[in-house]
Design a protein around this ligand. Structure first.
Ligand code: ATP
Length: 314
């Protein structure tokens, strides 16, 4: 096989708590992540030359070596130079469906798909843990994007504990097309405003992790209790993003008033999502938000929860 087609799924955060500052300069986080059926499509093809080539159809996504998908292939080339000599370089084509700079980990999902696809193409036989360890070098969300499904993510987001799946639920996503938020900006703004609330991650980090493991959100997931999951949605970053962007706060208010199980901003935003028990309910919420906020810049999607992030596709 000299070519693979893969789907790389977006994620939402059902829970995101900022614990404090880590010695490595990142924030210590406690999160619950969920893969959703909104996915980029990647094709990974062998080349006769020892090149990494990338094509991407999206104007906001770099087409050069800074693209996270390109960096994923370069990392494997660096670690497994003999495999590249034997099997040739790779051409990566990305069809972007996940909005960019949206808090949905689109770049991380693409990087995860390249690690999984090139592992197959070069017959490296890496385990999921090995792929996740490599992925953590590219970005904190990449390890989750390799395993996907429903999971607790701690550390800087790269420590993954999978939970039982809750694939019966749906999500309505909404984002103003022209508004993107830089993840580093959101965390820096959070530090400026809330550093006084940070705890010492060495002494209290473990307590926060245990509190999430034994807390109400994980219990709600365990019981597959949609209203309870909706009730315990939480994202600390809303405190900086919603106060800086009145438009996103108004969007969240409109989504929350349209029914559903609960509404939250995903990651560093600005995507806002509402959980729904069925596709019919999700589509009704999307239609109501669309008619209430009739703004051509507003994009809406309906997607199911899914159990894997990277999927081989025909
Ligand atoms: P996260 O939720 O992980 O914080 P995000 O959804 O907010 O991420 P991305 O869509 O992953 O953000 O993109 C963030 C930045 O990364 C953009 O400025 C984009 O130009 C750059 N980038 C690099 N490679 C990619 C890629 N393959 N897809 C999307 N963006 C990429």
């Amino acid at each position: 096989m000299h070519s693979y087609s893969l789907l790389a799924a977006a994620k939402i955060n059902l829970y995101l708590e900022v614990v404090g500052d880590r010695p490595d300069g990142y924030h210590e986080l406690v999160m619950v992540m969920q893969s959703i059926g909104l996915a980029d499509r990647l094709t990974i093809r062998s080349l006769n030359s020892a090149d990494i080539r990338l094509q991407c159809d999206h104007p906001q996504v770099p087409g050069d070596a800074s693209n996270l998908a390109h960096r994923a292939a370069a990392l494997l080339q660096n670690r497994f130079p003999q495999a590249m000599k034997q099997h040739g370089g790779v051409e990566i084509t990305i069809q972007k469906n996940i909005p960019v700079g949206a808090g949905l980990a689109g770049g991380s999902a693409d990087a995860a798909a390249v690690l999984v696809g090139v592992d197959m193409l070069w017959q490296l036989g890496l385990t999921q843990i090995e792929l996740q360890t490599l992925g953590a070098e590219l970005g904190s969300d990449v390890p989750f994007c390799i395993s996907g499904g429903t999971a607790i993510a701690t550390g800087r987001g790269e420590q993954i504990d999978s939970l039982q799946g809750i694939e019966q639920f749906y999500v309505v996503l909404a984002k103003y097309s022209s508004l993107t938020i830089s993840t580093p900006w959101a965390y820096q703004a959070y530090r400026r405003a809330f550093a006084a609330t940070y705890v010492d991650v060495n002494t209290a980090g473990q307590t926060r992790r245990e509190a999430l493991h034994s807390g109400p959100m994980v219990a709600a997931i365990y019981h597959q209790d949609g209203p309870d999951i909706g009730h315990h949605l939480h994202n600390d970053l809303e405190k900086v993003v919603l106060t800086q962007h009145a438009q996103v706060q108004a969007l969240k208010d409109a989504m929350a008033a349209s029914g559903g199980l609960g509404t939250l901003m995903s990651g560093s935003g600005p995507t806002v999502f509402t959980l729904a028990a069925t596709r019919t309910e999700a589509e009704a919420i999307a239609a109501q938000v669309r008619s209430q906020l009739s703004d051509p810049d507003l994009e809406l999607w309906v997607a199911p929860f899914v159990s894997t992030s990277v999927q081989f596709s025909p």
